[in-house]
Write a protein that binds this ligand. Structure first.
Ligand code: MEV
Length: 427
């Protein structure tokens, strides 16, 4: 259509209604579609408008709670936000199996992030590296001056780690600023520090600084989770063997490892969304960590112990916060943290690691036994039955027939709802 343009100078300065009018004209939205976008749920439009740019509405996702989690001897209700059916049920079920064998244990390295300062144009990068080390305290002091509150809380820039990186454009000096960010995710604190120390590093090395930004390969902010599941609880030694074989497949094959790790991230990202985390950072860190040896592999390991029981360990970076960002602005994120009852970012990280582990167990158990489609299809059938108008007991009846027939389709659900409602009406 002529006149339709996405070139909209000053769009960001308009009110939500004005922006929405433009979008609605552009895409020929109906009145109903416009009012759906504007419908206020638990994120007020004015808050959304301050969170990001060019806001024209909000979008709600299901907020659920996974049950049965026993982590380090403490009970947790785990808030999860996501669109995929079965994930919450699977996490809750796996957590139940694990708690029968004592629950999940976790530990972590603490909230330490890495900031990178890229120095180029050096004739003698290895010598420059030593010069930077020589001025370490001066650099750390300057970094810490940027965030006295963090320092007061016991955090701040603690150390340097310097490497010469062989790049396609020649060697570069990469200075890592090691920062304890306490209960923050750390991006703001670390980026500010990196920008502040860059001119000093230029003066020390005589080189030119380009990038000054945190690394999402947060391998100094690791969470570790592990548990045992008794063979009788999981369905016998054959199931244990099947799960270990499933893991071995992921350990050896990146195509499988990507899906295996996706299953772990199903749980972790759902908690990240509920609690207002930067979930892209968590994903980036996890997958980079999975590839740290040069070959992308499984984030977890699964073994059989001397009694034939299943033992699992998981280790990955977890850059999360309980202060700042969306945690502060999004009213639901605050409630999610209250439901979880975590007191520090480290505790949140450990809970998320534990959820990833339970999620992984649920997926591997299903895959190594009946496959995941059976459970998925039952849930799908339920959704179809509800969409077709079934209520109460009728839902279960429609689901049972569709599953038995192997015909899980909307048209069949509708037919059954009509048929069974008529039968009930006449009896
Ligand atoms: C689906 O969202 C996740 C799984 O594919 C994970 C896995 O294969 O391990 C079931």
């Amino acid at each position: 259509m002529s006149g339709r343009t996405s070139r909209l100078p000053g769009f960001y300065k308009l009110s939500i209604d004005e922006r929405l009018k433009i979008v609605s004209d552009f895409a020929e939205l109906t009145e109903e579609e416009v009012s759906t976008l504007k419908k206020e749920g638990n994120l007020p439009l004015e808050v959304a408008d301050r969170m990001i740019e060019n806001v024209v509405g909000t979008m709600a996702y299901p907020f659920a709670v996974a049950v049965n989690f026993l982590i380090n001897g403490k009970d947790y209700l785990v808030p999860m936000v996501l669109e995929e059916p079965s994930v919450v049920a699977a996490a809750s079920h796996a957590a139940k199996l694990i708690r029968e064998s004592g629950g999940i244990k976790t530990t972590s390295t603490g909230p330490v992030m890495i900031g990178q300062v890229q120095v180029v144009g050096l004739e003698d990068p290895f010598y420059a590296k030593m010069l930077v080390y020589e001025h370490k305290q001066e650099i750390l002091n300057l970094a810490n001056e940027q965030d006295p509150i963090l320092v007061k809380l016991g955090g701040g820039a603690k150390d340097l780690d310097i490497r010469v990186v062989d790049s396609p454009k020649g060697p570069m000096l990469v200075v890592h600023l090691i920062v304890d960010v306490r209960d923050a995710m750390g991006a703001n604190a670390v980026n500010t520090m990196c920008e502040a120390v860059a001119p000093l590093i230029e003066r020390i090395t005589g080189g030119r600084v380009y990038l000054r930004i945190l690394s999402n390969l947060a391998d100094k902010r690791l969470v570790r989770a592990w548990c045992k599941v008794k063979k009788d609880v999981i369905g016998g030694e054959e199931v244990v063997d099947g799960i270990v074989l499933a893991w071995a497949f992921a350990a050896a094959d990146p195509y499988r490892a990507a899906t295996h790790n996706k299953g772990i991230m199903n749980g972790i990202i759902a908690v990240a969304l509920a609690t207002g985390q930067d979930h892209r950072a968590i994903e980036a860190g996890a997958h980079a960590y999975a590839a740290r040896s040069g070959q992308y592999t499984s984030l977890s390991t699964w073994e059989k112990d001397e009694n034939g029981d299943l033992v699992v360990t998981l280790e990955l970076p977890m850059q999360v916060c309980i202060v700042g960002g969306a945690v502060r602005t999004h009213p639901v994120a605050k409630i999610a943290l209250k439901i979880l009852g975590v007191k520090t970012a480290t505790e949140l990280a450990e809970v998320m690691g534990a959820v990833g582990l339970a999620q992984n167990l649920a997926a591997l158990r299903a895959l190594a036994t009946e496959g995941i489609q059976k459970g998925h299809m039952r849930l799908h059938a339920r959704n179809l039955a509800v969409m077709a108008g079934a209520k109460g007991e009728l839902i279960d009846k429609v689901v049972a027939i569709m599953v038995k027939e192997g015909k899980i389709r909307f048209d069949r659900a509708k037919e059954l709802v009509e048929q069974l409602s008529k039968q009930e009406g006449s009896s």
